[in-house]
Design a protein around this ligand. Structure first.
Ligand code: ATP
Ligand code: MG
Ligand code: MG
Ligand code: MG
Length: 469
């Protein structure tokens, strides 16, 4: 029988410990002393002070399973591979080993320790990386032309300046039956055939403000592999939601709603969304994130609202997230003990916010449905900006939801009109001196940032393995 996710995590950490890596605990989802990011998006985040030489690491080799949350991925959850909250397995070298060892370790772990079939694994490199292909040939026996070059395989600093370098991503071939059928389908293709599982980042340059790169005096290694994706391939499952990490949560919701998982794509999408979001919210709450109208609190709110709406699509009219919390805690509380310690608080936060939003949602959904019916009758496919604004401003209905529902039903939103309505509102409130102006402005700014001209792209994700998310 296949390894459980708990066993996979343990084997990873133990393997790297046997190679001289110090096991470091996951840091909080709320980054410590780092104003540039909203939430932790990668295992390397807690390593930055070490990479920059500002703090002394507990060892020049470290390994961790890091709790991550990616705001930029919220809207794509529902497919086979994308989660908002996930665990990133990582090994790090601070001025210690470099490409050869990183590739050796990765190859040995995948093929010897967890015994994935070598023929399914496809390394990719950056086109400018002159060394990595040679190591892949030497260590794993790939002929040079079997190593795919991808422009995307570059990790760079979010600002103008900082450490950077090429990376090497390992893909798992799920088989032609998952492919798009195009002749040029290869790792990096956006179809479901090649699943990106591991990113090995080779930090070797310093990029200055003018974009000029000079070799770093000491090179670093930063790797990241999603535990859920690895479990999916090790356990031979169709999606991360079919692994032991999620099955109990999915089953819990399927039972609650009386639907069956795996029969209808739309139902499955909603089940996956609420399963992912429930887990994410439990972890966010455990790390002290509380719902609010800005910053990470807003991310919490946004995720919860999206979950409640998908719950509603499945016919759930009663609070369900706070109830699911115990299933999540049971599944993950052994490793992440903070879940058990914070159990009561997690349940309270979830149930309060859930109740609060339910009413807003019902009203907003009703108004939006009426509006869409009206527009359809008039053969209009763009929702006027002031209508979107009114839903948001008067009824508290989240703009992201309007956007999501609109696109599901074949509508688009007049974003310019929305922004205009927002600006007018801002001017009105400036004129009205009785308003607490500072508060109000912050609020509008936040919304503008969130909504933007087209869609919300996230505040965070400034740093992460592989790419700026
Ligand atoms: P993707 O291309 O799938 O969005 P990524 O290139 O953004 O992934 P990296 O930043 O390279 O991901 O992170 C390292 C690893 O973390 C990935 O190879 C993958 O295994 C895992 N990972 C990243 N994003 C997610 C996610 N949203 N859900 C689950 N696992 C993820
Ligand atoms: Mg990628
Ligand atoms: Mg990547
Ligand atoms: Mg990504």
């Amino acid at each position: 029988i296949a390894l459980t996710s708990t066993e996979i995590r343990a084997r990873y950490l133990d393997y790297f410990a046997s190679k001289g890596h110090v096991k470091v605990p996951s840091s909080s989802l709320v980054p410590r002393n780092d104003p540039t990011v909203m939430l932790t998006t990668a295992g390397m985040q807690q390593m930055i002070p070490y990479f920059l030489g500002r703090e002394t690491p507990p060892g020049s080799r470290m390994t961790s399973a890091q709790k991550c949350f990616r705001t930029t991925d919220i809207d794509i959850v529902g497919n086979q591979r994308t989660l908002t909250f996930f665990e990133m397995l990582g090994n790090f070298s601070v001025g210690d080993y470099f490409k050869r060892e990183a590739i050796t370790f990765a190859w040995e772990f995948l093929t010897q320790v967890i015994k994935l079939p070598a023929e399914r694994l496809h390394p990719t490199v950056h086109p400018d990386d002159a060394e990595a292909p040679g190591y892949w040939s030497e260590i794993a026996g790939y002929p040079d032309d079997a190593i795919v070059r991808l422009e995307d395989n570059w990790w760079g600093p979010p600002g103008a300046s900082g450490p950077c370098g090429p990376d090497s991503e390992i893909y798992y071939d799920r088989g032609v039956e998952h492919g798009c059928g195009r002749a040029d389908c290869k790792p990096g293709c956006d179809c479901e055939r090649f699943l990106e599982i591991w990113n090995l980042v080779f930090m070797q340059y310093f990029q200055d403000r003018d974009g000029v790169r000079t070799p770093l005096p000491k090179t670093n290694i930063d790797t990241g592999m999603g535990l859920e994706r690895l479990s999916m391939v090790v356990q031979g499952k169709e999606s991360v939601f079919d692994t032991d990490i999620f099955r109990a949560i999915i089953d819990h919701f399927a039972q609650l709603t009386g639907v069956r998982y795996g029969q209808d794509t739309r139902v499955d999408t909603s089940l996956r969304v609420i399963a992912d979001h429930a887990r994410a919210l439990v972890f966010l709450a455990a790390d002290g994130v509380l719902p609010s109208n800005e910053g990470r609190g807003y991310i919490f709110r946004r995720v919860l609202r999206r979950a409640v709406r998908h719950g509603k699509l499945l016919g759930l009219d009663k609070p369900f997230l706070s109830i699911a919390a115990d299933t999540v805690i049971k599944l993950m509380g052994d490793y992440y003990t903070e879940l058990r310690e914070q159990r009561d608080r997690i349940v309270d936060v979830l149930s309060m916010e859930e109740k609060k939003f339910s009413q807003t949602l019902n009203t907003g959904l009703q108004l939006l449905t009426e509006l869409l019916t009206e527009l359809r009758a008039k053969e209009v496919s763009v929702i006027p900006g002031d209508a979107v604004f009114k839903l948001y401003d008067t009824h508290g209905f989240p703009v992201e939801l309007t956007q999501e529902i609109a696109s599901e039903q074949g509508f688009t939103i007049d974003s310019a009109g929305f922004e205009h309505a927002m600006q007018q509102q801002q001017e009105r409130s400036r004129a009205a001196s009785t308003f607490s102006q500072a508060d109000h402005e912050t609020n509008l700014d936040e919304v503008l940032k969130r909504v933007g001209p087209t869609r919300f792209l996230g505040y965070e994700g400034v740093i992460g393995t592989g790419k700026i998310v």
